[in-house]
Design a protein around this ligand. Structure first.
Ligand code: C2E
Ligand code: MG
Ligand code: MG
Ligand code: MG
Length: 313
């Protein structure tokens, strides 16, 4: 409540606020310690990659089996399923820690480099394993943070991971947030094309929350724009969100980018977005992020294609 500035130091007088600050510092310290103690080959013991389905839909015929009637939009079915890779940290004492809490710290300390490289190798191997098992799937995307982008090991890691696992640009993608793009666009564009030479396209993540300039967005090897979930989640109530979403959709169409809508939690979100031409969706309405084996089951279960209604109940 009452903070007074003494030079650069801020002193908190409110005890609850002080406790919150101490708790946050405590968590940070323990995260830094645990991250540092983990040798790179140890990472896999505490970190786990979850996969959240990205659902690509297409129009269905009148009585097509496995199709669903969506109010105002006619009949639809699932064409294809991809995924976003999302990291989870199972901390031995603190339980599962969400990425929003430790990724920023890993970025600050530089530990995002070994962790990020581990993620790229692991996802690439996982995709290869799924392909070898004959699973029909579309692209899997991996989040990249700015710090990784500026590391000189990234291109090597990507090249090795793609080559060793014989992956193509159709199946392996990166996500980079709109706000990260704006930080140093010239260098970003160079690195993106360098990575594109290794066979990857990019998705722009959390679109609508950053400050990207159209003058450089169109110079990048971008496949899709991901509409930030904050707009989708508020579709029901806020008129402003609808305007923003429609503007993003129109812009993506003009520039020739595909779209994914994040944060689709309700049938109404899906119906609205379908009405404006969005065909790819990610959200709790379809599926939450899940363990690799559950994802394999999710996409290989023909019930999800044939009895699509199951998904909506
Ligand atoms: P993101 O890349 O925008 O990922 C989407 C987030 O939205 C995920 O949170 C996902 O669980 C959540 N989400 C998906 N559908 C819904 C929905 O319908 N409703 C709601 N309320 N949320 C939904 P998660 O897994 O906690 O990840 C948070 C953020 O942490 C990610 O946001 C990404 O920025 C970062 N992150 C996660 N994994 C990695 C990683 O491997 N590397 C890096 N650099 N960052 C990562
Ligand atoms: Mg993402
Ligand atoms: Mg996002
Ligand atoms: Mg995010």
């Amino acid at each position: 409540q009452f903070a007074e500035e003494h030079g650069k130091e801020i002193i908190f007088y409110h005890p609850r606020l002080r406790d919150q600050v101490i708790e946050k510092m405590d968590l940070q310290n323990s995260i830094i310690k645990a991250l540092e103690q983990q040798a790179i080959q140890e990472i896999g013991k505490q970190f786990e990659i979850y996969y959240q389905p990205i659902i690509h839909m297409e129009e269905a015929g009148e009585d097509e089996p496995g199709s669903l009637f969506i109010k105002g939009q006619g009949r639809w079915k699932i064409a294809d399923i991809g995924a976003e890779a999302l990291i989870r940290w199972h901390h031995p004492e603190k339980g599962t820690i969400a990425p929003d809490r430790f990724i920023p710290i890993a970025e600050e300390t530089g530990l995002i480099i070994p962790i990020g490289n581990w993620i790229i190798y692991s996802v690439a191997e996982q995709i290869r394993e799924w392909l070898d098992r004959g699973l029909a799937m579309s692209a899997v995307s991996v989040n990249l943070s700015t710090r990784q982008f500026h590391s000189d090991t990234l291109t090597h890691t990507v090249r090795t991971a793609m080559k060793n696992n014989r992956l193509t640009s159709d199946i392996f993608r990166f996500e980079i947030t709109e706000s990260a793009l704006a930080q140093n666009p010239d260098q970003m564009i160079r690195t993106m094309w360098e990575l594109h030479d290794e066979g990857v396209y990019f998705y722009i993540d959390d679109f609508g929350t950053g400050y990207s300039s159209l003058s450089y967005v169109h110079q990048m090897p971008i496949k899709r724009i991901k509409i930030d979930k904050s707009f989708v989640l508020n579709l029901g109530s806020e008129k402003r969100e609808k305007v923003i979403i429609r503007t993003i959709i129109a812009m993506a169409r003009e520039l020739g980018f595909g779209l994914v809508a994040e944060g689709v939690e309700e049938m109404d979100h899906l119906a609205y977005l379908l009405g404006y031409g969005v065909r790819s969706f990610q959200g709790f309405f379809f599926a939450r992020p899940m363990k690799a084996e559950d994802f394999a089951e999710f996409i290989s279960d023909p019930a999800h294609f044939n009895k699509i209604e199951d998904l909506f109940n």
